[in-house]
Design a protein around this ligand. Sequence first.
Ligand SMILES: [Zn+2]
Length: 254
Amino acid sequence: MKNMKKNKYRYKKTSRKRLNRKKIGIILLIITTIVFFMYNNMKQKYQSAETITYQKANKIDKCIVIDAGHGGEEEPGCIFGNVYEKTICLQIAEKLKTKLEKEYEKVVMTRTEDINVYLNERARIANRENADIFVSIHQNALEDDNITSGIETWYNPVKDTNSMMLAKHIQENIINSTNANDLGTKESKGLIVIKNTQMPSCLVETGFLSSTEERSKLIDENYQEKIAEGIYNGIKSYFNYTEENKDTPEGNNV
Ligand SMILES: [Zn+2]
């Protein structure tokens, strides 16, 4: 009996030792797995950080604020043939944003949905962002005239000289891309958004909703793309101009 007890005890001891070895093996396996996953995770994080830096480095260091005119129940803008100015403004602004985001570091919209943003608030957003430029998108309308059509760009003549240049570059390029009637650039001291923004800014009237022909173009996705392309090319051309003229007194006024 004594011997048997001893053997049993010995057996138990060996079994415990085996169990401990098993446990250590499992723990080591868990630790190795955790370390492996942590390493992979860190590697991925490092790689994505690198990608972001790379992408940012490739983009031009500018902040552009796009202002889709009107919005919400309160401010639909002009309405002709069931077409709302606020809707067309936002559709063009979104297309412009997509194009600009590929090239420039920061693109900010004053609204991204059908809501009313007060005019002062739109200017305040651009000032808070310390934007390089501000571009407001609208459509024109005339009562009792369904013929007059064309595109015009407004700027504030007393604020800075670069607002005029921004308006000119955008107007020229938007006419090139759309072939619309060129109504030229125009001066306004009263338009709140271009008056209260502290950077070069302009307001583009992208066509007449009162014109039967132009309205049918303005609701067309492809035509909206052409408008967005024109404004985008104008912005690019304006930044090239300021870069080339940065050492002149006019260029310093960016
Ligand atoms: Zn408007």
